[in-house]
Structures are given as structure tokens and as C-alpha cells.
Design a protein around this ligand. Structure first.
Ligand SMILES: C[S@@+](CC[C@H](N)C(=O)[O-])C[C@H]1O[C@@H](n2cnc3c(N)ncnc32)[C@H](O)[C@@H]1O
Length: 340
């Protein structure tokens, strides 16, 4: 097993870290960081960035308290708030998660799970099967404690911020990042995407599940569902609403045109996670054979045309890649510093 100091860096100075005799992580000329209950605590407390913003504090508070607390049935607060947990919808969502595992079949040494949360679904946990270690990073320590109870020694746990990752450039074979970046305020989202790219090894890739704010297919799919399920659908709207009131978390999804207009340092393609959002499932899918048949057709469309569904559906899986030449380019493009 590798040591944390192989790939950790200070989020303040950007320099490597070493262990101190009292089991802290320190860098020369910078602050030191606690290592508590198996979690390296690497948030730049005094250092600004998105982690210090009110918006991130709200996210962190939610996930430190209710978000990753389990109820008597083992359901997390996050799942109850954001996932339609009726049997038919949940089975579809799980199939969508499992579908993305194909990207991770090659394996490698380190997989980064950015904004891992508690890794609440076994289908997502399985992305790490072919990797020696899964490095989980999250703002919330409760998320990491819960992830640790599942992964144990196969995991490495770091409290950190996606927009200023405490990892050395080129550390990871692959990145998985699910439902995190649209929780970050818009002005910091480009930094999060760039950080995921930065920490990839040359030839590495990341699968980023994002949410579009405008879904061209939504109206058509709603009409199709109404046609297929008839009046029964309207009767369902009330029963399918999430039982828990939604927490005061604002999400910041963007349009695809925003994403495509950015000057990204990486190449990307679109796959799809799920063509419809949670509101669609709650209000248009019946928890019976009709709903199951309709979702089977949606899943088949995702299989047949993943790029199209990723562009025009609700949740794309954005595949970012770091070419082999990126390492050479970064050496050539680094400005020469001439001593005075
Ligand atoms: C909706 S949950 C998703 C968890 C998990 N990836 C999944 O798909 O089940 C979002 C997670 O991202 C974390 N998060 C949000 N903003 C973050 C940031 N700037 N840096 C690191 N983690 C963040 C939250 O604490 C939370 O655990």
C-alpha cells in the first residue's frame, strides 16, 4: 500500500507533505494538517476558495449532519432527499449507475472518487473493484467515515475541496465524480473540472456525472410517458413525491452551451448517466409494469445512443481525457524562471 505522502500536497503552498513525529501532515514553510480517525484533514481553513464560502458551508453542514446519517432502514438523508426510492425507479437508477462501470474495467493503482460521499450505492462502489486503492475526497468528514466503513484498507480518505485538490499533478489513473460539481457555485465550477484534469496521469480519464439546467428531450419524454401511462400517471404525482422535505441546498446546474463554451485544457466526449431527472421519475413513472416497461425503453435508448442522450437528456456523464502528450506539453509550457 502506498503512503499518503506519495500524492498529497498542501492546498495552500502546493508543496508535498511529510509526516511529523506527532502524526500530522506538514509542509516546509506552511501550515500542518491533522490526521484524525484515518482521515487526512486537508481543507485550507484560512485559505479562502470555495470551501470557505457560505454556499459550501451550507453543503458541508447538510452532509455533516443529515446528508450521510442513515435511518432505521439504512437509507441516507441524501438518498431520501434526491433519489426516487420506489422500487421501479430505484432499479432503473441502479442500472444506470452499473452501466457506467464499463469505463473502469481496465483498473490501475489509484482511483479518485471526488465528492465520494458515503458511496451509498453498491453499483458505484464496484467502480473501484479493478483498482488497488480508491482515494475518497469530500468536504464532509461524516461522508468519509461512512465510506471507510465500506472500503476499509482499500480506501484512502481525505477531507478536501474539489476546486483546490490537495493532490499532486498526475496522481490518478482515473476519476469518478458523481453529482458533485453542480452543487458547487457556478463561478467555481470551471476550477473543479480543471482540478480533476490536473490530478489525472497522462492517458488517464475522468467520468463526471453532471446535470444540465435545460433538457431539450424533457417535454417529449413527458408527452410520451403520459401517452403510455394515461390518466394513471396523474394519480401518481401525489404518492411519488419524496417523503422528506428537500433540504435548503441550492444546486447550480448549467446549460450544455455553457460547458461547451469554456476553454477547457482537456478533450471530452459525452456519455449518459440518466436521461431523466428525479422530478420526472416522481411525477411520470408508475411503480408497476407500465413504469418498468417505459424505463426499459429509456434504458435501451441510453445504450443505443449514449452521446445523444448525454447531450439532450438530464444527466450527462462527461468523459474527460488527459492525452499522453500532456506531460510533455506542461514541461515545455512551464515559464522559465531566471534568477536575478
Ligand atoms: C450529492 S452527494 C454525491 C455523493 C456521491 N458522489 C454519490 O454519487 O452518491 C455530493 C457530495 O459532494 C460533496 N461536495 C460538495 N461540494 C464539494 C467540494 N467543493 N469539495 C469536495 N466535496 C464536495 C458533498 O459533501 C457530498 O458528500
Amino acid at each position: 500500500m502506498g503512503d499518503l505522502t506519495d500524492f498529497l500536497q498542501s492546498p495552500v503552498t502546493g508543496r508535498g507533505l511529510h509526516w511529523t513525529p506527532d502524526n500530522r501532515l506538514a509542509t516546509d514553510g506552511g501550515p500542518s494538517y491533522a490526521f484524525r480517525d484515518g482521515v487526512a484533514c486537508l481543507l485550507p481553513e484560512a485559505g479562502g476558495g470555495v470551501a470557505a464560502s457560505d454556499a459550501s458551508q451550507t453543503v458541508r453542514d447538510f452532509y455533516e449532519t443529515e446528508g450521510w446519517a442513515e435511518d432505521d432502514e439504512g437509507l441516507f438523508g441524501d438518498t431520501k432527499a434526491f433519489v426516487d426510492t420506489r422500487a421501479v425507479s430505484l432499479a432503473f437508477t441502479r442500472k444506470c449507475m452499473a452501466r457506467l462501470s464499463r469505463h473502469f474495467s481496465k483498473g490501475g493503482r489509484y482511483l479518485l472518487d471526488a465528492g465520494s460521499g458515503a458511496i451509498p450505492h453498491k453499483e458505484v462502489l464496484a467502480y473501484g473493484d479493478q483498482y488497488e486503492q480508491r482515494v475518497c475526497v469530500d468536504l464532509a468528514t461524516s461522508a468519509l467515515r461512512s465510506a471507510r466503513s465500506k472500503l476499509g484498507e482499500r480506501g484512502i480518505y481525505v477531507q478536501g475541496d474539489l476546486t483546490n485538490l490537495p493532490f499532486k499533478t498526475g496522481s490518478f489513473y482515473a476519476v469518478t465524480c458523481n453529482h458533485v460539481i453542480y452543487q458547487i457555485p457556478l463561478e467555481h465550477q470551471p476550477a473543479a473540472f480543471r482540478e480533476l484534469w490536473r490530478v489525472l496521469k497522462p492517458r488517464g480519464f475522468g467520468v463526471v456525472v453532471y446535470l444540465w439546467s435545460y433538457v431539450p428531450l424533457a417535454r417529449r419524454l413527458e408527452r410520451l410517458a403520459r401517452l403510455f401511462m394515461g390518466k394513471r400517471v396523474m394519480d401518481l404525482v401525489e404518492t411519488a413525491k419524496p417523503s422528506e422535505p428537500l433540504p435548503e441546498l441550492s444546486h447550480h446546474p448549467q446549460r450544455r452551451s455553457w460547458f461547451e463554451a469554456q476553454d477547457w485544457p482537456f478533450r471530452y466526449t459525452f456519455d449518459t448517466f440518466r436521461i431523466v431527472d428525479n422530478a420526472f421519475l416522481c411525477s411520470h413513472i408508475s411503480d408497476d409494469w407500465r413504469g418498468r416497461a417505459f424505463l426499459r425503453a429509456l434504458f435501451a435508448s441510453q445504450q443505443l445512443a449514449p452521446g445523444f442522450c448525454g447531450r439532450y437528456g438530464a444527466f450527462p456523464a462527461i468523459i474527460i481525457r488527459k492525452p499522453r502528450t500532456a506531460a510533455w506539453r506542461s514541461i515545455v509550457e512551464t515559464p522559465l524562471t531566471v534568477p536575478r
